[in-house]
Write a protein that binds this ligand. Sequence first.
Ligand code: FAD
Length: 342
Amino acid sequence: MKPFAYRRPRTATEAVDALAAHPGARFLGGGTNLVDLMKLGVETPHTLVDVSGLPLDTVEELTDGSLRVGATVRNSDLAAHPAVRARYPVLSQALLAGASGQLRNVATTGGNLLQRTRCPYFQDTSQPCNKRTPGSGCAAVEGHNREHAILGHSPRCVATNPSDLAVALCVLDASVELLGPEGERTVAAADFHRLPGDHPERDSHIRPGELITAVVLPARPAGLPSVYRKARDRTSYAFALVSVGAVLDVRDDGVIRYARLAFGGVAHRPWRALHAEDILCGAHATEETFTRALDAELDQARPLRDNAFKVTLARRLATDVLTGLADPGAPLTPWPHTTEQS
Ligand SMILES: Cc1cc2nc3c(=O)[nH]c(=O)nc-3n(C[C@H](O)[C@H](O)[C@H](O)COP(=O)(O)OP(=O)(O)OC[C@H]3O[C@@H](n4cnc5c(N)ncnc54)[C@H](O)[C@@H]3O)c2cc1C
């Protein structure tokens, strides 16, 4: 690893100023992704601005019923928070499905949202990668691409976004609060990450020098059915091949009043299933409706050589999730228990 300077600001404003004063500097959250990338030579910052000790480590109940999660709240603390478990189970489950207990104790909310892709070609500096070195090419397009995108990819990049948290935030209509050299702004979580297009080096719509200060979850009644399920190669310590986050509210007459559905592991960003949601809302919660909705969404898939299985996996996982949410008494296909992590 190359030598680097280390700064430890006391406030969010000091952190933003410190980053602006040191071109090529990076914010450091828990360091569980950034430090690994520095060891691999993928990231070579001259200065690290450690934001993990900033006073952004609380979960606040706001008067309108929403929940404001500071950017340095640890993944394990957020997953265990009583309001999150009661009102946003999809979020708690998504966090517990990620990484391992030890990593979640260190990883932060802001760092999880901005972790980089796990594409092996991105992590290997001997390989061409447009995300790491714009214009160098993409080794994954014709390479081993079993884990890669099936939706929204471009000839320049077929990498996927690895964050489980980000998928849950999309279906919760959460927003991301940012502080940068030009002041504060808020971006919808569903619009925070981007598709690769011609600029796969940009993972998100964050602007240079901006710090994530918080994530805000809009008010939700306790008990509103929501769920996160993740298919992966091992029962723990593994990224999603495909994951599904969903919120479904079904009236007593069987009509779906409200639906949110998103996939992880299938695209350069969490994939909000807008076509499926359009069909689900106002329809009867039946198998036929779910099939129609998922066909409308997944007909857009363009699998690569090695990953056509992800289309089937996404369809089956989402069908199971929607069936379970519509009828909590229905037997679910057994999936690995995501809370028993090593
Ligand atoms: C073996 C292993 C398995 C894993 N499995 C999963 C998994 O299944 N699911 C999953 O979601 N994750 C998984 N992870 C990833 C892990 O969750 C992330 O490394 C972690 O969430 C990143 O958080 P951090 O605080 O450590 O970020 P850091 O490593 O500190 O930072 C990551 C990036 O975010 C930037 N950053 C950090 N904080 C801020 C901020 N407040 N504002 C602006 N920029 C910021 C940094 O500059 C850096 O670019 C795994 C990691 C490992 C090592």
